[in-house]
Ligand binder design. Structure first.
Ligand code: ZN
Length: 661
């Protein structure tokens, strides 16, 4: 409760917010830059217009979001929290020259640790090393009276120790070679045997392993469950404290049920309760304020079973929601007209809800790097029986676009003939593609009877993202878009096709170090699509050309390109529906992993000249309750002025429930 300030102290706040208003036109999106990262701010337009009850709900859910953030840090690596605490201790208590190279290197490293929620690159998964020496660190800690666990030293400084967060190299023991903290003392074979033996084969299966760490105890593999009183209990208890408050100001009974189910799940770790929570959540369509809070996405587990903790609080953007709604309403039309085999189509595409949201707070796996669209829940049987909720996050996209427009990126990497079209339609097309991907793509198609949802194993994430992306790409060029009023002219989609090919083949490589492979599912899926299309373009529909020694994508036949996207979509849908593991493996290994070193080198050189950061992340706004003299909340104020370092130090001070102070 330390953030609540009294009304008698409000005068200063009021002045601060006046100043803020007068500066509103000069809202500064860019906050900080380090290594390959740029930190941005995002606006929360419409927050002031919410009712007091909705604002309180947002506030309590935001506190619940921040209370769980350290869970992800620990899931990403067993030493992460100890390392962060030591680094912050030294950073705050440092008594030497703060302009010295070592101190600046400490600051850069700490910023990167915050950004990655650990010591491995948030996207590439490789460990990054400090630019200060172990000797300097040890001596500086001693001088400044900072104590730490010596076990962190090799983890920080020895490049061979815990080198990769997630290893996806086929043939190796993915668990033993991954640094993430979902398993302890267990081999991949043992973990897989455990999951196979405990698999729930009922019609409404429990997601065994979703919320637990597998550990070896007395020679036996057992689950340590994430729950109050169990693993991460101290954080989950605080999450529940704020959820209780949120429940009191819920907008309706359905939302109250959702929050209560989540409280129960956090308290017990019971997976049946989790299923009930997911079903209640997906059925809550009327509330303006909504949230994700808990163990959600499984990309961080090399076996794709256990989920990372994340949270995002948001409210519906009523106007923009109509756009996405239109796509959702036409989901059956898309399904019927998609180029996939009839056997793999859903007869009834149900409950694809769609809305555009304004993010209020980001936490855990959504922070500082954040998605621009979400489609949940992840359990296929719930999606099939109850539908799913799809959202695109407009205020985050707006922030991205605001900084991208003036970067010089388009001028460097696009052929001149496409730049104007890209600047005119780029933003709208990418929102539309996100809507199609989330609202229609993921919900489309079906598995044949008897095919397990995890038949594609380690390739499932890449294949699923490929499927949803292709679905969006294919239909963007359809005249249905114009019929629905989503695009204006039959040419509007073209700059997006160009962008997809350019990004998938060339420009996304700016995120990868020379000599490395593609690891991340979304990057793999983008290259899979673009490279497959390039190699199968028999009529020169698209090519990579060289001009003055630089590589460019050139598209010669846009309609032909749509056909190729459609062809690949049909293949990917077949692989998904039949659970064809071998075909998935062949496609991913052939098109999605290896990088063309010559293109890569050229792109990196050109990119370096632009001086841009390939990754973006965010700082959150600060929400402060205004109290009257009886201690009642009369308003929630939003402030956008907090810096990146300040924010993380404050979060560590106020929300570190998993570290001993
Ligand atoms: Zn997706």
């Amino acid at each position: 409760m330390k953030k609540i300030i009294l009304a008698t102290m409000m005068f200063g706040m009021f002045l601060a917010s006046c100043t803020k208003n007068s500066q509103q036109e000069a809202f500064k999106y860019s906050v900080d830059t380090f290594y390959d990262v740029e930190i941005l701010r995002y606006k929360v337009p419409g927050f002031e217009q919410l009712s007091l009850q909705q604002k309180k709900l947002c506030y309590y859910l935001s506190e619940a979001a921040l209370s769980g953030m350290d869970i992800l840090f620990d899931q990403n690596g067993a030493y992460n929290l100890r390392i962060r605490t030591a680094l912050e201790g030294l950073y705050v208590n440092y008594q030497g020259d703060k302009k010295a190279e070592e101190f600046l290197a400490l600051e850069r490293y700490l910023k990167r640790v915050w950004f990655s929620n650990g010591i491995h690159h948030h996207y590439g998964a490789d460990k990054f090393l400090p630019e200060f020496s172990q000797e300097w660190f040890v001596a500086a800690c001693e001088q400044c009276g900072v104590t730490y666990d010596e076990a962190i030293l090799p983890v920080m400084f020895d490049p061979t120790v815990l080198a990769k967060k997630i290893n996806q190299t086929a043939g190796e023991d993915l668990i033993l070679t991954s640094a993430c903290n979902y398993y302890e003392g267990v081999t991949q074979k043992e973990a897989q045997a455990y999951y196979d033996a405990h698999k729930d084969k009922s019609a409404q299966p429990l997601w065994i392993g979703l919320n637990s760490k597998l550990v070896k105890k007395d020679g036996k593999v057992v689950e340590e469950t994430y729950k109050v009183g169990g693993l991460y209990g101290e954080a989950l208890e605080k999450v529940n404290f704020w959820l209780e408050k949120a429940k009191e100001v819920a907008e309706n009974d359905q939302q109250k049920t959702v929050i209560q189910k989540l409280i129960d799940f956090n308290a017990t770790g019971d997976l049946k309760t989790f299923n009930e929570y997911c079903i209640a959540w997906v059925q809550d369509l009327d509330s303006r304020v909504d949230f994700v809070n808990g163990f959600t996405e499984t990309y961080g587990d090399p076996l794709g079973v256990t989920a990372a903790w994340e949270s995002m609080v948001n409210f519906k953007d009523l106007e923009a929601t109509q756009r996405a709604q239109l796509i959702a309403e036409n989901a059956q039309w898309f399904e019927d007209n998609s180029p996939t085999d009839k056997r793999f189509k859903k007869e009834n595409v149900t409950g694809v809800s769609a809305k555009v949201i304004t993010a209020v707070i980001l936490s855990g796996d959504c922070y500082p790097a954040t998605p621009i669209g979400i489609n949940l829940p992840n359990a296929n049987w719930i999606r099939k029986e109850y539908g799913s909720k799809s959202v695109t996050i407009d205020n985050i996209t707006d922030a991205y676009n605001a900084v991208a427009n003036e970067s010089g990126f388009a001028e460097e990497f696009m052929l001149p003939e496409i730049i104007d079209a890209y600047k005119k339609n780029g933003t709208r097309c990418s929102s539309l593609h996100t809507d199609l991907h989330e609202c229609a793509g993921h919900g489309s198609g079906k598995l044949l009877d008897g095919v397990s949802k995890d038949a594609l194993k380690e390739y499932s994430a890449t294949i699923e993202e490929t499927r949803a992306d292709l679905f969006g790409l294919y239909f963007m060029a359809d005249k249905k878009m114009i019929e629905l009023g989503l695009l204006e002219t039959p040419d509007d989609y073209k700059s997006y096709y160009y962008q997809q090919m350019m990004n998938g083949l060339l420009t996304q490589l700016v995120r990868i170090e020379p000599g490395k492979d593609l690891e991340q599912s979304h990057m793999r899926n983008r290259q899979l699509i673009a490279l497959w299309v390039l190699k199968n373009a028999k009529n020169n529909e698209v090519e990579v050309i060289q001009q003055d020694g630089n590589y460019f994508v050139k598209i010669n036949d846009y309609e032909g390109l749509q056909k190729l996207y459609g062809e690949l979509l049909a293949t990917i849908q077949r692989i998904t529906s039949e659970g064809d593991y071998q075909a998935a493996k062949d496609l991913v290994e052939e098109y999605a992993v290896k990088i063309n070193p010559e293109w890569h080198k050229n792109i990196l050189e050109r990119y370096a000249h632009l001086n841009l950061a390939p990754y973006k992340g965010f700082v959150n706004p600060v929400y402060t309750p205004v109290l009257d003299k009886n201690g009642e909340i009369t308003d929630i104020q939003v402030d956008y002025t907090e810096g990146y370092v300040e924010q993380h130090l404050r979060y560590s001070k106020d929300y570190s429930f998993l570290t001993k102070k």
